[in-house]
Design a protein around this ligand. Structure first.
Ligand SMILES: Cc1ncc(COP(=O)(O)O)c(C=O)c1O
Length: 401
């Protein structure tokens, strides 16, 4: 709890849940309707259709009243059987949690070790899959954007690696912190199950989980034997075809989702991705100018959703975050798992603009100064230079990148 009286808006710059725009808040502020009535059926049909372009798929998308963790579980229990070998990659905290879940569900997970500073290595995947001549591995599960590290894996290259090995395993991708923030294409990239959540790029409160399902995933579901009930795709798909859900849906969150999809349609996904990339670049410039190190080591894997920065050796990152929250009412993401106390994470995804970024970076710069961290120059000034560069300079930089 903060102790100061507050005025003005809180800055919620954790990498999700993100700031919920007023338009979405207002859309949800309506009476809950009969979820078996005609008005709901129209709402559901529109949403289920309009979600598809966000995943860049023509396949069905199912929506659970759940957090992202539920959508992880749904992906696994619908497609796999007890003891099935699964390949995962330790890109960070969330990949590790997904692996722990898969093991608890009775899957034989092989977790390729990682340093939490790189994404999935396509060559490593190719080598491992080529070794598996009998196609024992039933699924490759990776996190597109590791929210704990600010590293985005190159999913099309991972797909190509699996194809080069000639392997038939399912490919499942967690897009919880990349969906509607970073380019993602389920169909073109040959992904079988995409896992998503409401509380990040979709600008909604937490509470909705998504699975987008390829034909191959639906075929695998026919023989999958892991126990499932609530997460079962089949009753969901059958009910959805009639404009209903197999249980009470999160109706007011669906009002919010309707508005979110309309906002994304109005803005255009390409513009949304471009805005995220531009804010991410400005943030990285600020971090470097403060003399701090980015956690992500490979520029090809920089995340547009968030930036994780290493705190100076002498500073506990959580003490910095606490000071910034207390004095400037700005929430930053903490270091998760083995990064606890060592990094702070700046969320720049969702409903966000240049001045919100300027305010966020100003809060961090003031916090660093307040704690006596020597900063060589103003990171805020470096970010503002980037943000205020003439449009054409941005285009040049983007095409050179
Ligand atoms: C990449 C990623 N995967 C999975 C999760 C888990 O989602 P949830 O906390 O909504 O259950 C998160 C949460 O932040 C995440 O960032």
């Amino acid at each position: 709890m903060t102790t100061r009286p507050r005025s003005g808006r809180h800055f919620l710059q954790i990498p999700g849940p993100t700031n919920v725009p007023d338009r979405i808040l207002r859309a949800m502020d309506r009476p809950t309707i009969d979820h078996r009535g005609p008005e709901f059926a129209r709402l559901a049909a529109g949403i289920l259709e309009d979600l598809k372009p966000v995943f860049r798929t023509s396949d069905p998308v199912v929506i659970y009243p759940s957090s992202g963790t539920g959508a992880w579980e749904a992906a696994l229990v619908n497609t796999l059987s007890p003891g099935d070998p699964v390949l995962m990659v330790e890109t960070g905290h969330f990949a590790t949690l997904w692996c722990d879940m898969a093991r608890r569900l009775g899957l034989e997970v092989e977790l390729l070790p990682g340093d939490w500073r790189h994404g999935v290595d396509p060559d490593q995947i190719e080598a491992r899959m080529a070794e598996d001549r009998g196609h024992q591995i039933k699924a490759v599960c990776v996190v597109h954007n590791e929210t704990s590290t600010g590293v985005t894996s190159r999913i099309p290259e991972v797909r190509k690696a699996i194809d080069r090995a000639g392997h038939s395993a399912l490919f499942m991708v967690d897009t919880i912190s990349s969906l509607a923030s970073i380019d993602y294409r389920q169909d073109e990239w040959g992904v079988d199950v995409t896992v998503g959540g409401s509380q990040k790029g979709l600008m909604l409160p937490p509470g909705l989980g998504f699975n987008a399902l390829s034909g191959k995933a639906l075929a695998a579901a026919k023989s999958a034997r892991l126990p499932k009930s609530y997460w079962d795709w089949q009753p969901m798909l059958s009910a959805n075809a009639k404009g209903v859900f197999p249980y009470t849906p999160a109706t007011n969150l669906l009002y919010g989702l309707r508005e979110s999809l309309s906002m994304l349609q109005e803005q255009g996904l390409e513009q949304v991705f471009g805005r995220h990339a531009r804010h991410a670049e400005a943030t990285r410039r600020a971090v470097r100018t403060w003399g701090l190190e980015l956690l992500c080591l490979d520029p090809r894997e920089y995340s547009s959703s968030l930036t994780a920065a290493l705190a100076p050796e002498t500073l506990d990152a959580d003490a910095l975050r606490a000071a910034i929250l207390e004095r400037y009412d700005l929430s930053l993401g903490n270091g998760l798992g083995k990064l606890a106390g060592r990094v702070f994470r700046i969320g720049h995804l969702g409903d966000f603009n240049d001045l919100m970024l300027a305010g966020t970076l100003s809060g961090i710069e003031m916090g660093l100064k307040q704690l006596g961290v020597p900063i060589p120059a103003s990171g805020v000034a470096a970010a503002l230079d980037h943000l205020s560069a003439p449009e054409r300079a941005h285009q040049r930089r983007a095409s050179a990148a």
